[in-house]
Design a protein around this ligand. Structure first.
Ligand SMILES: O=P(O)(O)OC[C@H]1O[C@@H](O)[C@H](O)[C@@H](O)[C@@H]1O
Length: 315
């Protein structure tokens, strides 16, 4: 099981601050599905569900929710909940024969009691949990490749959320896959939001048959539906929310692409689990690997990492 240090009520003995000791608690959500709560020393929190290995909530130390969840979200497996951070694996979108975004987000995962070590992992941070998904017999009928998909969910002292995914080929043949952390950021109003870090990049526009274009603007702003996969981005992207005076910073490794999605009014209305007008309060910015699938030989492992932070805006 993941490391934990201390319980909810225990306070750090240091006279220098009032920080709580970090803790991890495994409980059940309203649906009776196991979920893990991680709390940082300063009170930031993450909840991750064993349904889909989906981060369902991420709160800063003031208790403010940083991820969007639709008021009409359907809390009934196998469908993934609309919001939080669903994991798209082994397929992104409908680029393949599997169900949209692959099956990982719809499966029940388990807590990985004994995960293999992660290279260059800073073991001084102890607020983390490891989850595991293995191919089921049913999955093998649709995608005949045995894999182990691991997810480490980690909350830093400062409340940053780090997700480390690992995919191991336990097959006797090579396979390749796509991956995305489909992150629904909570924003004040989509019209007040600007994304930086995608300037001059090529992107595939899902609204125009995945044709390739080059981003011309200084920053991405929103006044209609956007559904794009930006290719080979730098390892940092920022989402500025002017009204909330908050900046989300996305730092990533092993995930070259960035998906930006907001359905806007008309498409959101056609999505049954989207609340009325709620498209204004969300923006998906995913660290992903989509254009070039990740190849894995038997026995090989791939690692992808994203670090999300929410900081008071400086612009
Ligand atoms: O409704 P889903 O399956 O969760 O997908 C939502 C959206 O996810 C985005 O990542 C895709 O780019 C969109 O095309 C898609 O509509």
């Amino acid at each position: 099981m993941a490391s934990s240090s201390g319980d909810r009520s225990q306070r750090a003995s240091s006279a220098a601050d009032d920080d709580l000791k970090p803790f991890i608690e495994i409980g059940k959500d309203d649906r009776g599905i196991p979920e893990v709560l991680l709390v940082s020393p300063r009170g930031a929190q993450v909840r991750v569900s064993l349904h889909g290995g989906q981060v369902r909530s991420w709160r800063n130390e003031k208790g403010e929710e940083l991820l969007f969840t639709s008021s009409k979200a359907i809390f009934k497996p196998p469908a993934a909940v609309r919001g939080g951070i669903p994991i798209c694996f082994p397929q992104f979108g409908n680029r393949g024969s599997l169900e949209q975004h692959g099956f990982a987000r719809n499966r029940m995962w388990v807590v990985d009691e004994n995960p293999p070590p992660i290279q260059s992992f800073d073991s001084s941070c102890r607020t983390f949990i490891d989850l595991l998904l293995k191919s089921s017999d049913d999955d093998l009928k649709h995608w005949p490749h045995s894999f182990e998909l691991r997810l480490r969910v980690l909350l830093t002292f400062e409340g940053h959320l780090i997700l480390i995914s690992r995919v191991r080929n336990v097959n006797c043949k090579p396979f390749s896959f796509s991956f995305s952390f489909h992150t629904y950021f909570s924003v004040s109003d989509i019209s007040e939001v600007r994304v930086e870090g995608l300037e001059t990049l090529d992107y595939l526009d899902n609204l125009r048959n995945r044709q390739r274009f080059t981003e011309q603007g200084d920053a991405l702003t929103f006044e209609s539906e956007v559904d794009r996969a930006y290719l080979c981005s730098s390892d940092a992207v920022a989402v500025f929310d002017h009204e909330k005076k908050r900046t989300y910073v996305i730092k990533k490794e092993g995930l070259p692409d960035v998906v930006v999605w907001n359905p806007w009014d008309r498409r959101a209305k056609a999505i049954p689990d989207f609340g009325d007008g709620e498209y204004r309060r969300m923006l998906c910015v995913d660290a992903a690997c989509i254009e070039k699938q990740i190849p894995l030989k038997p026995g090989e492992e791939w690692t992808g990492r994203v670090e999300l932070s929410a900081i008071p805006s400086i612009k």
